[in-house]
Write a protein that binds this ligand. Structure first.
Ligand code: ADP
Ligand code: G6P
Length: 460
């Protein structure tokens, strides 16, 4: 078996259990099983340039290779092109795109840095798997430096329709960069279809099934929905710490139910709309007043980008307003926490919550939805309420699927979830758990590697 070299903007500390972000969790779960090298940014912002050799740290079967960036790289490549241009654009939020030509220059420069660092550690038989929107030009940069190894790319976030993509300068260049990979993978069939339309209409490429012909080369495109390590998460969920046990006991005695939301505090996650939907539940179905609470855990993320600071202020005002209106001496309707929680505590909280409320306005996959399902007990499972705009909705069809822009629709679904019979909850849970087991972290790694190592076309 070839050595697997994974590259992403950020690497995950595999020993730290409190890490937010689907990429870190999904890649971490997969790489632990296969072993290999994982190269990425070390999180530092230096005032000066450093030589390209990465720093290597061994963590069991995985070698973490990290490089620092400069403050200018951080501003232009990370905050700038990656998170103020590509992130909003790919999540269909043209109103939030803030394009500057120096961002694009920084993006190209840092992709060059990643290529230089990789070239110092690559071995001839390595197979390279590059992740996410920060590193779209990396295959082109590597090929320019003479790299001939097989290279795959996986996009963790949505790929937008051609009309949206065309709003950003140099969009053709971006997609041509993608075609320098051997395999390009997406979370959903919608994303895959969007890319295929773009390359056929705008670049005039020929398609045969999922194979894209570009000049002399053939590029395999496919849909590989990311999954989680279901057993590991389910086991964590069965070991609640003392705090969770006491709180759950208290709620049982008081016959109170809990709705849970867990996200990075990102404007794509639909958090204000979610809070409004919870308020609407209390308005439309007053029987839930004092009997149901919403716990929302939101991890700080990309706080230097203005849109993130705005969404934080909005959420804090909204949770304060709902509590001001409804709270009583012994009941707080919204418990809002702005922090990262250890994974095992999260798993246990999912298990004791009657509703998993996952309502992004647009999301590549959304692993929280899969984690909520993995954490449930078959004896008394909770109900997943899921946005139709999460990639996960393509698979998790037995969830209650909602429109995250429609607070009445979400309030009705919450009420239905809170009053659903045990039999229906069990039926839905069985179907959902079967689906997340079928396409878990291991399946994701194996199916992508099969396409990349054996160049097996993915069925259309
Ligand atoms: P994204 O990749 O956009 O952040 P996902 O739902 O796919 O969205 O992945 C988020 C991951 O981060 C999940 O594994 C989730 O459990 C974790 N996570 C999100 N928020 C928190 C938090 N507040 N504390 C701990 N982990 C979190
Ligand atoms: C999403 C993206 C990842 C990113 C993560 C956390 O999951 O797909 O690429 O790493 O969010 O965001 P951050 O900007 O902190 O790396």
């Amino acid at each position: 078996m070839s050595r697997l070299v994974i590259v992403s903007n950020r690497v995950a500390d595999l020993t730290n259990t409190a890490q937010a972000g689907g990429l870190a969790v999904g890649v971490g779960d997969s790489l632990r099983q296969r072993g290999g090298v994982w190269l990425g940014w070390d999180g530092q912002r230096l005032k000066y340039e450093e030589p390209p050799e990465p720093r290597i740290r061994k963590m069991g079967p995985v070698s973490l290779a990290t490089i620092p960036l400069t403050q200018q790289d951080y501003d232009e490549y990370y905050l700038g092109f990656s998170n103020s241009v590509l992130w909003p654009l790919f999540h269909y939020r043209l109103d939030l795109v803030d394009y500057k030509s120096e961002f694009l220059e920084g993006y190209r420069r840092v992709n060059g840095k990643f290529a230089d660092a990789l070239m110092t550690i690559l071995q001839p038989d390595d197979v390279i798997w590059i992740h996410d929107y920060h590193l779209i030009p990396l295959a082109s940069e590597l090929r320019r430096r003479g790299c001939t190894q097989r290279m795959g790319f996986f996009l963790h976030i949505p790929f937008p329709p051609p009309e949206i993509l065309a709003a950003v300068p140099r969009h053709k260049w971006l997609v041509e960069c993608l075609l320098d990979f051997d395999v390009i993978g997406f979370q959903t069939n919608t994303d895959l279809g969007n890319l295929q339309h773009y390359v056929a209409d705008q670049l005039g490429c020929e398609m045969s099934g999922n194979v894209i012909r570009t000049g002399e080369r053939e590029v395999i495109s496919g849909c590989f929905p990311i999954g989680i390590d279901v057993d590991a998460f389910s086991q964590m969920a069965q070991r609640p710490n003392e705090e969770v046990q006491i709180e759950t006991h208290r709620r049982r005695v008081l016959r109170r139910k809990q709705i849970i939301g867990v996200d990075r505090l990102d404007y794509t996650k639909g958090l204000p709309d979610r809070l409004r939907a919870f308020e609407r539940l209390l308005e439309l179905y007053p029987e839930h007043v004092k009997n149901v609470a919403l716990i929302q855990i939101a991890t700080p993320t990309r706080e230097e980008v203005e849109a993130y600071a705005d969404i934080r202020r909005e959420l804090e005002a909204l949770s304060g307003a709902i509590n001001g209106r409804y709270a009583d001496f012994n009941w707080t309707p919204v418990r809002y926490m702005y922090r990262t929680v250890p994974r095992d505590a999260l798993a246990a909280l999912f298990r004791v919550s009657q509703v998993g409320f996952v309502t992004p306005l647009r999301d590549g996959m959304n692993l929280v939805a899969k984690e909520y399902v993995a954490a449930q007990s078959m004896d008394d499972p909770g109900v997943l309420v899921l946005s139709k705009f999460a990639g996960a909705a393509e698979e998790l069809r037995e969830a209650l699927i909602v429109n995250p822009y429609d607070s009445d629709d979400m309030a009705r679904a919450l009420n239905r979830a809170l009053t659903m019979s045990l039999e229906e909850r069990q039926e839905r849970q069985q179907a959902l758990i079967d689906r997340i087991r079928e396409k878990d972290a291991n399946w994701w790694l194996k199916s992508f590697m099969d396409a990349l190592e054996n160049r097996n076309p993915v069925p259309a």
